[in-house]
Design a protein around this ligand. Structure first.
Ligand code: 9WN
Length: 420
């Protein structure tokens, strides 16, 4: 497709999924506002309507919890098409929300929006209001998800990672009980072929965790220690570090030197802690299971994302870039969400193998920063090639086939970024 046609097709999807002050990921399958979807979508929206992009993020932060947490779903309107809905979460917020969070891309997105701002005065004003809220979210992460002060934070639910059914979580998740769960009916498998979605055994545990946290009144001062699932994800932590540094730069630009220093210092500590997740044997970063006290033997794309935080030595960064090429050579397109050489790899099942354009985008930012521009260009080319099969939720890295939900918002937004 010619660039202008692609631009128009992507813009049409953003418009179609726009609900005025927020955007749904796709009609039917995901009828509410999702946290990291919205932030990444704002990047695409900026190309069309800068003011609308800021509104997207402001709407999300209008539903921040008093303790600083920013929920992963905001249930703006009633819709039975998605499970689990507000009656399962029961978080008791004025507008219903879920009770867990998602990858903190807001900070890095805000810096990009500012760098490309057309109406600098208005954007600066909007940033002044948003920045303290994003900082409060980061403070929440380190207070509630790293109570021992290790420098890295833990996820308490696979949905928080945004990489829901990754092989990274299998072992830790199977240690979560599956008894006493209220009867439920999944809706996702009514929209999408079940072979492209998580299994029932996984959903049972996802729901056990939700019910367990609900029974603790969603009190974030208690949840970490009480959770049977505590996993440190290098990808999630890298996003947090990158966003933290971007917030520090923005704070500096706003003349908030003290805040900028505090954020820089915390990011530095996190960067050092992230290196404890490096595995020489795997040649990449791995998750750490806090309950077990051990690294997780699972080579997923989460372990390549530290490129985004410019983590590690140039040698380690080169190894991560090498992984991307190696995984691509076993299929056809980059970047599979898991090493195709792993027998547990599944090319069509959600986060067990398929390529996701948002992850590709984050990796291209990191690759470019780490002096790996050539690999970054290959990732962009592959992303543009896969889009020929449709603006899908994810793609088979071997065939390039469009999978999951269709006419997907953040996929369209990423195409607008790649066309830049
Ligand atoms: C649970 C909306 C979200 C993304 C996640 C993706 C998927 C939800 C689900 O869809 O997760 O949050 O029900 O499968 O894994 O990254 O934010 O697009």
């Amino acid at each position: 497709m010619a660039s202008q046609d692609l631009f128009n097709a992507a813009a049409e999807i953003l418009a179609e999924n726009d609900r005025g002050t927020y955007t749904v990921p796709t009609k039917g399958l995901y009828p509410f506002q999702w946290n990291w979807d919205s932030c990444l979508t704002a990047l695409g929206q900026q190309k069309i309507d800068e003011a609308r992009a800021w509104t997207e993020i402001e709407t999300l932060f209008a539903h921040q919890w008093p303790d600083g947490m920013v929920p992963h779903i905001i249930f703006h309107q009633h819709d039975d098409g998605y499970f689990p809905g507000p009656t399962v979460w029961k978080t008791g917020r004025p507008t219903d929300t879920s009770g867990i969070t998602q990858p903190p891309v807001a900070g890095l997105v805000l810096r990009l929006l500012m760098r490309r701002a057309k109406d600098l005065g208005t954007c600066t004003e909007r940033l002044r209001t948003l920045l303290p809220k994003v900082v409060a979210w980061h403070d929440w992460f380190y207070r509630c998800r790293d109570p021992q002060g290790t420098g890295v934070i833990a996820l308490l639910h696979p949905w928080e990672s945004g990489r829901d059914n990754s092989i990274d979580w299998i072992d830790a998740l199977m240690n979560v009980p599956d008894d006493g769960i209220d009867p439920y009916v999944r809706r996702d498998t009514q929209h999408v072929d079940a072979s492209q979605r998580p299994t029932k055994a996984e959903y049972d545990r996802y729901l056990y965790l939700v019910q367990h946290f609900r029974s603790l009144g969603w009190d974030n001062e208690k949840l970490h220690d009480a959770s049977p699932f505590q996993v440190v994800d290098p990808g999630f932590n890298a996003i947090l570090i990158r966003s933290e540094e971007d917030l520090a730069h923005l704070a500096d630009e706003l003349g908030m030197a003290e805040l900028a220093q505090r954020l820089h210092t915390r990011a530095e500590k996190a960067r050092v802690a992230l290196e404890t997740l490096w595995s020489e044997e795997a040649g990449q970063y791995l998750c750490f299971d806090r309950k077990k006290g051990a690294l997780v033997d699972s080579r997923s794309v989460g372990g390549l994302l530290p490129l985004l935080a410019k983590a590690g030595t140039p040698e380690r960064q080169a190894q991560l870039a090498e992984r991307i090429r190696e995984w691509r050579s076993k299929g056809k397109f980059s970047v599979p969400s898991h090493d195709p050489a792993d027998p547990r790899f599944e090319s069509k099942r959600y986060w067990r193998g398929p390529c996701w354009l948002i992850v590709n985008y984050l990796l291209t930012l990191g690759l470019a920063d780490c002096g790996q521009g050539e690999v970054a260009r290959e990732v962009v080319d592959d992303s543009l090639a896969m889009i020929e099969t449709g603006f899908a939720e994810y793609y088979d890295p071997i065939s390039g086939e469009a999978l999951g939900g269709g006419r997907f918002t953040w996929t369209a937004a990423m195409i607008l970024e790649f066309l830049r």
